[in-house]
Design a protein around this ligand. Structure first.
Ligand SMILES: Nc1ncnc2c1ncn2[C@@H]1O[C@H](COP(=O)(O)O)[C@@H](O)[C@H]1OP(=O)(O)O
Ligand SMILES: [Mg+2]
Ligand SMILES: [Mg+2]
Ligand SMILES: [Mg+2]
Length: 351
């Protein structure tokens, strides 16, 4: 008997692997004018667009009826003034789709030499990501490059793909091309994918697919708790984290890194708690930024809630609606962090 979501997992792994290879190679060749600034002032690169084109092309072939909630859309790229960038995205996407077959890849996935897509097919693939999300049905959610600012500075970033059924995440992948495979070998081999299936546990596999390690969040040794937190002060309230450190007598420095790689690090015990409080600008967190990470934490024996202790709701559309601030940690520490967060919020008259 095959396990539930076995085919979805296989296809998602293929898609994330190819997108990781693409983004790594883009980074090495990226030139300054290949980055645009979106309406919300965040950057987007040819890497984000071409990775979304590749993942959506692969998903569209294997699961033609599945909608996709993807971060990017092709509207800007369809404008005549961006034709040079568009050509670059098409070339990069086709380079990734036509690379020789690798582990777990079969010819029926529409990959390998000779499988180029037309420009129109690739623009349409990007726009397959326009689903609005919702309470019922099955849909994928994709962040083709999470942590674009980390990507641009050569730091951590992640290709994140999750499958959501009736508002619940059932499969999640976080591909981290720049993350060391072993936490105690920071200068060793890099490139891992965190893979999790609901009810089936989580594993870390290498980008090349030659090594798989099962994951569980280890208990925190008393006195060694530390935070995983954003690099970007505009993305999370880092001063709030300092206040929680005081309340919990945390003395270890936080581990700062971009992207959902933080969830992967929490899952393998590289940090005790991922705390992400909003900066008060009204920004609403998106489902593609937390879907894979939330299932990863739960399947590794941890707990993830918002700052009021509520579970995250992935059935409200493209954003996480009223969920406000995130606390992800092992079972042994989540309760004390939540209590400290509530105390700190009360101190500043917030709930
Ligand atoms: N104002 C904001 N507040 C919170 N998160 C944001 C904001 N702007 C962008 N993001 C998203 O925050 C995430 C990165 O967080 P971190 O700094 O912890 O790595 C990314 O998903 C990024 O989107 P993107 O996918 O475009 O990079
Ligand atoms: Mg973005
Ligand atoms: Mg993101
Ligand atoms: Mg992104």
């Amino acid at each position: 008997m095959t396990l539930p979501y076995a085919f979805e997992k296989q296809v998602a792994l293929v898609a994330v692997r190819r997108a990781c290879a693409l983004t790594s190679s883009v980074f090495n060749r990226l030139v300054k004018n290949e980055t645009l600034t979106k309406g919300d002032k965040s950057p987007v690169t040819v890497g984000d667009y071409s990775a979304q084109a590749v993942v959506n092309t692969i998903l569209g072939r294997a699961f033609p009826a599945d909608p996709i909630v993807g971060e990017e859309d092709a509207a800007e790229m369809r404008q005549e003034s961006n034709s040079e960038l568009k050509n670059r995205i098409i070339a990069l996407a086709n380079e990734a789709l036509t690379a020789p077959l690798g582990p777990g890849e079969t010819s029926d996935l529409g990959l390998g030499p000779g499988q180029e897509r037309t420009p129109e097919e690739l623009m349409d693939a990007i726009d397959r990501g326009g689903d609005q999300g919702g309470r019922t049905g099955r849909r994928w959610t994709l962040d083709p490059i999470d942590g674009t600012k980390g990507f641009l500075r050569g730091g951590q970033y992640a290709v994140c793909l999750a499958l959501i059924v009736d508002g619940k995440v059932v499969l999640g992948l976080i591909g981290c091309p720049n993350l060391p495979v072993k936490s105690d070998e920071p200068n060793g081999r890099k490139g891992c994918i965190f893979v999790v299936v609901k009810g089936q546990g989580a594993e870390q596999v290498t980008l090349s697919g030659d090594r798989s390690v099962p994951l569980t969040i280890p208990p925190v040794v008393p006195g060694t708790l530390n935070f995983l937190e954003s690099v970007e002060a505009a993305h999370a309230d880092l001063a709030f984290n300092n206040r929680i450190s005081e309340l919990l007598n945390i003395t270890r420095a936080p581990a700062r890194m971009d992207s959902q790689a933080k969830y992967g690090c929490l899952a393998r015990g590289d940090g005790g708690v991922y705390l992400r409080m909003p900066t008060g600008t009204g920004y609403r967190e998106k489902i593609w930024d937390h879907a894979s990470g939330s299932l990863l934490v739960e399947e590794c024996g941890g707990i993830i809630t918002d700052s009021r202790g509520k579970s995250l709701d992935f059935g409200l559309g493209r954003s996480l609606g009223e969920n406000y601030g995130f606390i992800a940690a092992g079972k042994d520490v989540h309760g004390q962090v939540l209590a400290a967060v509530q105390q700190a919020l009360a101190e500043i008259g917030r709930k």
